[in-house]
Design a protein around this ligand. Structure first.
Ligand code: NAD
Length: 244
């Protein structure tokens, strides 16, 4: 039988990039998948799109309940919705600090909290948080973004400790620079996009950007019942950026 046959998965930010790649791979392994996103339209079959804004608790609760109703439960939660921020510690205004923490950290808290009752009933529940190499790498001009991802790493470990008693595993994936629409937008803003792309590639010992499908494979590994003894960990998918 397919690895995820009978399992139901919710992926936030599942309409683009890493989230979409993870949703498609989970579906191809037999899971029923709902993508919660600001823009859940035009998703490929058999993905189910549900509109949700992770900064709005009422929207999150309604969307998670809708997903649980349509899928008949939730076994896997992929917390992937996130936004970027560039700048040194003095360049980002207070409102931006509030906003990026609200999406990247508190958004994850809201969705996990809303899904908890369903995950408890699963019997083989897994939460996979999309973190970043930025959580630990000390990247220049990424103070705000890195701080949110450091919080995600801590949240992952502490939540894993609390939820292990309910049979719920919690892990995160730490990608390097991944070729997604997000990086496309970043390169579009650069003074010299080709030079910027080359610099991003050179930062990773593999010499290229990470593919979204490679991050999706790590998500599927951590979400799978076959990784039942893995919880509270971070899996790097960063071209060797952190480890080498
Ligand atoms: P992306 O911009 O291609 O996709 C992000 C998706 O999240 C979009 O569909 C967007 O609509 C959705 N989203 C944003 N804010 C939301 C909100 N408030 N509520 C609901 N949905 C919302 O980005 P991506 O590159 O696929 O990044 C996904 C995740 O991976 C993020 O958490 C990001 O921090 C992380 N990440 C990305 C990279 C990279 O290089 N691309 C590297 C490390 C980590």
């Amino acid at each position: 039988a397919a690895e995820f046959a009978g399992l139901k998965a919710v992926v936030t930010g599942g309409a683009s990039g890493i989230g979409l790649a993870a949703a498609r791979l989970l579906a191809s392994r037999g899971a029923r998948v709902a993508c919660l996103d600001l823009t859940p339209d035009d998703l490929p079959e058999p993905l189910v799109g549900i509109r949700a804004d992770v900064v709005d608790d009422a929207s999150v609760r309604a969307a998670v309940e809708e997903a649980a109703r349509l899928l008949d439960g939730i076994d896997v939660l992929v917390n992937n919705a996130g936004i970027g921020a560039q700048g040194t510690i003095e360049e980002n205004p207070d409102e931006e600090w509030q906003r990026v923490f609200d999406v990247n950290v508190f958004g994850m808290v809201r969705v996990t909290r809303a899904a908890l009752a369903h995950l408890r009933r699963s019997g083989s529940a897994a939460v996979v948080n999309i973190c970043s190499v930025a959580a630990t790498a000390g990247l220049p001009e990424r103070a705000l973004y890195s701080a949110t991802k450091g919080a995600v790493l801590a949240l992952t470990r502490a939540t894993a400790a609390d939820l292990v008693h309910f049979g719920i595993r919690v892990n995160c994936v730490n990608p390097g620079t991944v070729d997604t629409p997000w990086i496309g937008r970043l390169l579009d803003r650069a003074a010299d996009p080709e030079a910027e792309r080359a610099a991003l590639c050179a930062r990773q010992p593999t010499g290229r950007l990470v593919f979204a499908d490679e991050v999706a494979a790590a998500v599927v590994h951590l979400a799978s019942p076959s990784s039942g003894s893995t919880t509270g960990t971070a899996l790097a998918v960063d071209g060797g950026m952190e480890g080498l």
